[in-house]
Design a protein around this ligand. Structure first.
Ligand code: F6R
Length: 605
């Protein structure tokens, strides 16, 4: 979603800001803009479309040693030059870039209009520019503080003023802002991706904090101007993490990283002595866990689907009733929060607003929430009582791949741990540990020969509609396969439990609708083969995702993946489905890393 970059120092700001915007492109956006301060005046340039379009309208050598820039993902008002950030007040004295949503913007706008202010855009952000410009605070930080006192909603903002061209004021409430500390220069961004080229020393703002950033350093305080002392810390990622590393797309790079990311997920978490798992940050004792009667998992999109898989695995291994629900639905239905239920929030970014609101609703009602999160120190991670990080490194492609896989590994580890506290036998724990340890090499085996997957992808790329079927633990991974395919290839794909096929969806099966069948070699194989036979009888082409030794006569294409234990089979099948979606999108020449209409972290309702 939206991204913020800022610079103050001895260099020309524009090239640094433009490079920062390009680093934020992966988040998804539809317009971009930049504001530069020079000779006590501000100069704004804004354009609908990609950062390239903004570049095309910039003067040849835009001057100024201080500036802010933004990529916008439209919420209030269509994507357009005028609605792009930065937004200035009427006199062009103050410029603001903003991530988030100002909820009371309509009331504030009416009030400002009644006193003669003329609005030029349809955005909620413009309210802030006018409020800051009209505030009687002398220093820019005082004006920003006083304007923010009137704002309800979520924000990460950066503000500059033509008459105070030595400072950027930033503030955070629910939307990340990071300061990058350089040598007599300072950077700001909403995402470390835009900072790591310049510095590894970063400072995270907390909600309710404001910072005055000058070339010589920074001062942080609360909204009430009480000083807050902060020291820089090492950035969590290096520059290489944000490069394609020789791959054509970030998606395929991130798929290829999975042997390593799974190894990192397991590192230090396997307890070989007790055939269990251990975690540094669950903040739950075994005694507390014994009292847990139910587990509820929440997330959105792929994170929710990973949760569906997790619920199944935990219930199987630990015999604790477990279920998953889309956080976006949960938060609006006044959920009953039970004292002996353990809630688990799943989020790659740790910033998804619906998931965050679900966590806050649970906590407000006295519940306990663990997080399975990738981005260290993110808002959801901080809101949870404990949990585990994926340590998968930055995920740049909009669609999640490596973090989906690591989340499934995380659930297997939790299932092992909860199970061993309850009734899971040590021998069963040992079998699972061996299977977990084998995963990285098995994923590598899939990556080393993708020819059958590519053949299947060439077949599928011709389809307009597709169906994915699976049963039991095979169903969530079928859902994920369908989601991945539709996101990156734009082929219409739906997932159904194989058991439900004959209760309706079979009506849609024709020779033009390929059906991807998840057919693990497990206790349900015969039932699954019957479902596939039903598809075949209606002349539906079948792509079977299965294991060595399984004969599926009805299949037109076979993709054979290495066998694990049933609880982990979806992980390996999932990797094959990611590769298939990627190749379909490649054949169809889609915008693979930034699919249309999608954003990497969805920080709005
Ligand atoms: C799918 C995808 C999205 C995210 C969802 C939640 O490929 O990337 O469905 O899974 O927006 O995002 P996080 O995990 O950041 O909360």
């Amino acid at each position: 979603m939206c991204g913020i970059v800022g610079y103050v120092g001895p260099k020309d700001a524009a090239p640094i800001l433009m490079e920062g915007l390009r680093r934020l492109e992966y988040r998804g956006y539809d317009s971009a803009g930049i504001a530069l301060a020079r000779a006590n005046r501000l100069k704004l340039h804004k354009s609908q479309g990609k950062v390239q379009a903004l570049e095309a309208i910039l003067p040849e050598r835009p001057k100024g040693h201080l500036g802010i820039a933004h990529t916008r993902w439209a919420t209030h008002g269509e994507p357009s030059d005028i609605n792009a950030h930065p937004h200035a007040d009427g006199a062009g004295r103050v410029a603001v870039v903003h991530n988030g949503i100002i909820e009371n913007a309509p009331e504030l706008k009416s009030e400002l209009e009644a006193s003669g202010v003329v609005f030029t855009s349809e955005t909620d952000t413009e309210v802030l520019s006018h409020l800051i410009a009209r505030s009687d605070g002398e220093r820019l930080e005082d004006a920003v503080r006083s304007a923010l006192q009137r704002i309800q909603g979520a924000y990460g903002i950066a503000v500059i003023a033509g008459d105070q061209p030595d400072r950027i004021i930033v503030a955070r409430n629910g939307s990340p802002v990071i300061l990058g500390v350089g040598d007599r220069e300072m950077f700001i961004a909403s995402d470390a991706a835009a900072l790591v080229r310049h510095t590894q020393q970063v400072v995270y703002l907390n909600d309710g904090e404001v910072a005055t950033v000058t070339a010589d350093g920074f001062e942080t305080s609360t909204l009430d101007a009480a000083p807050v002392h902060k020291t820089p810390v090492e950035a969590p990622a290096a520059l290489d993490d944000y490069d394609k590393g020789g791959h054509e797309h970030f998606m395929v790079k991130e798929i290829a990283e999975q042997p390593d990311t799974v190894r990192r997920m397991l590192q230090g978490r396997l307890d070989l002595r007790f055939n269990s798992a251990h975690f540094g940050g669950l903040n739950l004792t075994a005694r507390e866990l014994i009292d847990i009667e139910r587990i509820k998992i929440l997330g959105c999109g792929s994170a929710y689907i990973a949760g569906c898989n997790g619920a199944y695995v935990i219930e199987q291994l630990a015999r604790i009733p477990a279920s998953a629900e889309a956080a976006s639905e949960f938060r609006y239905r006044n959920p009953v929060i039970e004292p002996n239920t353990l809630y688990i929030a799943v989020s790659q970014s740790g910033e998804t607003l619906d998931t965050l609101m679900a966590v806050e609703e649970i906590k407000r009602k006295g519940g306990r929430v663990l997080g399975i999160i990738n981005v260290v120190g993110s808002t959801i991670a901080r809101a949870c009582d404990g949990g585990l990080y994926l340590h998968a490194g930055p995920e740049i492609a909009v669609v999640s791949t490596k973090t989906f896989t690591s989340t499934l590994v995380g659930f297997a580890l939790l299932g092992l741990y909860f199970g061993r506290i309850r009734d899971l036998a040590p021998t069963a724990g040992e079998t699972l540990i061996r299977a977990l340890q084998a995963l990285p090499d098995q994923i590598q085996e899939i990556l080393d020969d993708t020819s059958a997957i590519e053949t299947a992808a060439r077949f599928c790329a011709r389809a307009r509609d597709m169906y994915f079927i699976g049963r039991g633990l095979g169903f969530p991974v079928a859902q994920e396969g369908a989601l991945k395919l539709k996101e990156v290839s734009y082929i219409h794909a739906e997932a159904y439990p194989a058991s439900e096929l004959k209760h309706g969806p079979l009506a849609l099966v024709t020779p033009d609708t390929p059906v991807v069948a998840v057919l693990p070699d497990d206790a349900l194989l015969d039932k699954n083969l019957s479902s596939v036979a039903e598809v075949h009888a209606r002349k539906g082409p079948v792509i079977a995702l299965t294991h060595p030794g399984v004969r599926c006569e009805a299949a037109d294409h076979h993709v054979i993946v290495p066998k694990s234990v049933p609880e982990l089979d979806p992980i390996l099948i999932g990797v094959a489905l990611q590769i298939m979606a990627y190749h379909c999108a490649l054949i169809l020449e889609r915008d693979i890393d930034q699919p249309r209409n999608l954003a990497k972290s969805v920080t709005v309702e």
